[in-house]
Every structure is written in structure tokens, then in C-alpha cells.
Design a protein around this ligand. Sequence first.
Ligand SMILES: [Zn+2]
Length: 194
Amino acid sequence: MAVGKEEVEEIVKARTDKREYRRIVLPNSLEVLLISDPDTDKCAASMDVSVGAFSDPDGLEGLAHFLEHMLFYASEKYPLEDSYSKYIIEHGGRTNAYTSSEHTNYYFDINADAFEEALDRFAQFFINPLMSADATMREIKAVDSENQKNLLSDGWRMNQLQKHLSAADHPYHKFSTGQELTLDYNKNSLTQCS
Ligand SMILES: [Zn+2]
């Protein structure tokens, strides 16, 4: 099956690593690293998007993190909210995602016999995500409560302090995780006007 252009470069791996690796580039330019390990009892996939909190527009701090939350809700092909997470859990898997400065990464693992459907459900988030107004408002609240939790953590407080003390014209300086005040456009513009 011709899935894409195969790169000729050799993949360097440890001598003790018995897994097989293959890198392909799909016709849509998506770079894929395939890893085969017949000894594992699960399959896994991860999707990395080279955009993170550094790309948040001014005045919408936390947008990349918020989008990370939103994608897992539903897609046009699988419109039932949270059906992806339910499918993963019911088939012995786990799923999560994170947003860093320049990347947003989504991943899951699952029992091998359920991998193909899980991968399709996962791929639909990036092809045709479904973002209802109702879910958007709920998820702004979820990001806000995540921030409330972070406020109680020394690690997160140190992280924000470091950002605050860095050069103001560098994207690292920005508040990256978001809260209701930065993400809810109505409140956001009201705040700026007052
Ligand atoms: Zn989050």
C-alpha cells in the first residue's frame, strides 16, 4: 500500500533496542514515526502539533491550552461528547494531552484490538473537530478551575514568577495556561474597557 514517501535515512537506535522503526511522510506532509514492538500488550499513538502557548495572541492568553481541551470533546464524525474518552477507557486505555511553549501534544494507548477505531476517532479531532458554543463555555470554566488549582501549587507559582521576571517582549513572559478572564471574550473586553 502506497501510504507516503519513505525516507531513506537510517534511524539510529540503541543496540539493545529490539523495536523496529520506520519514518514516512504522508501526502499531506504529516511526518510519521512508526514503531513496532511485538512484545507490548498495547498500541499507542501521539500527535504533536508545532504550535503552543508562544503563539497565543495578546489578550487571549491560554488559547492554545484551551484548544487542547476543546479538541477532545467531539468531532463531526463522532459527535457524541466525550465518546472518544469513553471508548478509550472501555478498551483498557488512557488518554491525555499537554500544551508547552511551542508544541501541543495529544496521545493515547489502548488494547491492540481496539487501536484502529481509536486512531480514527483520534484523527477526526484534527480533521473536523466539533466545537459547540455550549461546550466552549464549559471548557473555559474547566481551564479556569485548572488555573485555580495551579494557584495553590508552589511549582506553578514559581513557574509564573519566572515568566513574570523574564523579558517582557519575549513570548515566554506571557501567562500561558489561561483563565476565564483571558479566554471569555465578553469578560475579557469588559475588563479592558473598564
Ligand atoms: Zn489543561
